[in-house]
Design a protein around this ligand. Structure first.
Ligand code: SAM
Length: 255
């Protein structure tokens, strides 16, 4: 039995906002678009006006039932009753993804989306999370999530959305972000290893790079780095890549 109040069910009711999200997500009609968390289908309806086909992934069986009735006879909509985090994302290829996301799982959804590198993704998020996604180094919001997304995708904040645009209204402000594959990929040999290195650098946010990395790579090595006295939140993705390549150059082949 699903605890429905925990599923982040805040339904968008402002038509102009739904319209803007659908417009941003569907620029190459009439292709396929994936919708995460269609709820009662308000955004789904707008997406169907622009896309050739919509695959909508919804966890709540009551809402799946509602959607099946509402869109009965619509051959261009495929409703999947699934936990989006248990779905096979590779099956979606590079199709655009859209959604007014359930906020409790927005970070893993963002991370997976970034790795998949769809043609574009348009997500309505908690404003604080949206700000972390688009943050610049040395700002309060910049952190591991910024790098996990920014390594794969260019991120842009499109517009903010106030609680009154939802029913029931959430307690926080929201914002829409657009993700598109990075125009200039970050040159590293192994993305997983690179992102592990970045995660290690952010392990204790208040500690310096020296203190976060020395226990793994040795103090003598890290002490010589110009970044040693900095904190991870001050370091850009390109600088992280430079640090990672420096370490790689010291690593024996095939280790
Ligand atoms: N798109 C709708 C709208 O804008 O009105 C609903 C958005 S609501 C914020 C989030 C939706 O995601 C809910 O319908 C909720 O049931 C669904 N959801 C929550 N967790 C999910 C999961 N793990 N997988 C798929 N859908 C989920």
């Amino acid at each position: 039995m699903i605890a429905r109040q925990k599923l982040g069910q805040h339904f968008l009711i402002r038509g102009s906002i739904l319209e803007r999200i659908a417009r941003a997500a569907c620029i190459d009609s009439p292709g396929i678009i994936i919708e995460i968390g269609p709820g009662r289908g308000a955004l789904t309806e707008k997406l169907l006006e622009r896309a050739g086909r919509v695959i909508a992934v919804e966890l709540d069986p009551f809402l799946v039932e509602h959607l099946s009735r509402k869109f009965h006879g619509e051959p261009r909509l495929e409703i999947r009753r699934q936990d989006v985090l248990q779905s096979d994302w590779n099956e979606w290829g590079r199709a655009p993804i859209a959604g007014n996301l359930p906020y409790y799982i927005s970070s893993p959804i963002l991370e997976r989306t970034a790795r998949l590198r769809p043609a574009r993704a348009v997500f309505l998020l908690q404003k604080e999370v949206a700000e972390r996604v688009v943050a610049k180094p040395a700002s309060r919001e910049y952190g591991l999530l910024t790098v996990q997304v920014g390594f794969w995708m260019d991120a842009r904040l499109l517009f903010e959305v106030k609680p009154a645009a939802f029913h029931p209204p959430p307690k926080v402000d929201s914002a829409v972000v657009l993700l598109e594959p990075r125009r200039e990929p970050v040159p590293v040999d192994d993305p997983d290893r690179f992102l592990e290195f970045v995660a290690r650098s952010f392990r204790h946010k208040r500690k310096t790079i020296r203190n976060n990395l020395a226990e793994v790579f040795g103090r003598e090595l890290i002490d010589n780095w110009p970044e040693a006295p900095l904190r991870a939140e001050q370091i850009s993705i390109e600088q992280f890549a430079e640090m990672y390549r420096r370490l790689n150059a010291l690593r024996p082949q095939n280790s």
